[in-house]
Ligand binder design. Sequence first.
Ligand code: GDG
Length: 476
Amino acid sequence: MSAARRGASRRASFVVVANRLPVDRVENPDGSQEWRTSPGGLVTAFEPVMRTHRGAWVGWPGSPDDDVEPFVHNDLQLEPVHLSADDVELYYEGFSNGTLWPLYHDVVAPPAYHRDWWDRYVTVNERFAEAAARVADDGGQVWIQDYQLQLVPQLLRQLRPDLKIGFFLHIPFPPTELFQQLPWRSQILQGLLGADLVGFQLPGGAQNFVRLVRQRFSYETRRDRIRTPDGRTVVARAYPIAIDSSSMHDLAMSEETAARAQEIREDLGNPTTIFLGVDRLDYTKGLPERIRAFGELVADGAVDPADAVFLQVATPSRERVEQYRILRDDIDRLVGRINGDTGLLGRPPIIYLHNSYPREEMAAMYRAADVMVVTPLRDGMNLVAKEYVACRDGDNGALVLSEFTGAAKELRQAYLVNPHDIDGLKSTMLAAAGDSSRNKARRMRIMRRHVFDHDIDHWAGQFLDDLGKLGPGSDY
Ligand code: GDG
């Protein structure tokens, strides 16, 4: 395996625990296999900390029933957690993506509650906690990621009370009335309370959490602090996640990307306006709403398919989960109907790509697009919106952004929309496309400054600085 060497685990003073390891196993044409760093912000965010701190990463390697020994990849120590096919079905596709995901996203799809899913969620969280306990050095820092692992903070504290434990939730933390539906609500709250610092995307999520803890357990709380009966202080605070803005910008500004962006425009028939959507194919992302809105604009004659096109990239996601299969069929039908009803010869109004692309190609699409359309019904942050802003330069480009994303709280100069309001979506998409260069440039300049000042290093730095002040031995 290139760039990877097997190695017995050594103890690490900084440990990230996430559902997935930050690598993918890829097969070469000659049949040999190797690990490659997965595309994504988290690896980039943690890279500097990992290097200065002797870091390790605990996570699932990505295929079921695969026994992978601990190994080192690009100087990063990787600690695989084994998941059986049953674990994947019950803990990952079941409880994580069939219960928690819809519940935490404002029940935009109905969550399913099954006791055997929950039981397996507990077992798998125990396995992750044990792996983290084995690898963390005395008094080390452990940072646990996301909704799949909400019990790990408490389980790990029981095993290793000497550690400083942080947790970050990448998705929204729901309003208290919705959270109370969960049959295992107390266990989840207690799981999170095992951390010294619980991070959320928005202040509202942190407040929901503190309120729930006060209501359910009558613990003493003051602003963002919770006092537990065993005398610990748990802090719940917002850390809006960010992107590696300068590397995204540099990639977009390269000559290769400029040439590729030009090619994309030509391939699309050199329209005046390219609208772009980029999402994991997920029912929280509001794909049908935006496609329907664009289809109506074409049908109404407000948009001429000879002059404008909607390019939608939908990255395949969670394809074994029923709701995702239904969504895919719905979108296929919707796009087919709009293109069939309103398309011209060689000019379908919607180009729909159900595929994933290298980062370079994504940057070229962002650069080619005149209007980026991001319309989730609910989204913790939405990195696509920030990536688009980072890839722009000069006076064109407009971002249409759902009010229900975390990003909307920061990117106030976007053209904000309520994605449930199809007429509002239509008028906002038109307004964004037709706005003056001066207005677009002004809005983009302010957003760009924000995205550059609040990048992924800033995000990780703030969280880890705060975590450093908390936990065992601190009098914070
Ligand atoms: C969760 C939360 C929160 C997409 N297609 C391709 C590709 N992507 C990349 C995008 C972006 C990332 O995937 C998607 O991030 P989002 O933030 O938009 O959405 P989720 O996947 O739902 O992420 C979300 C995030 O966690 C971080 O905390 O913002 O709210 O739901 O970076 O560029 N990348 C490549 N090819 C593709 O085809 N290379």
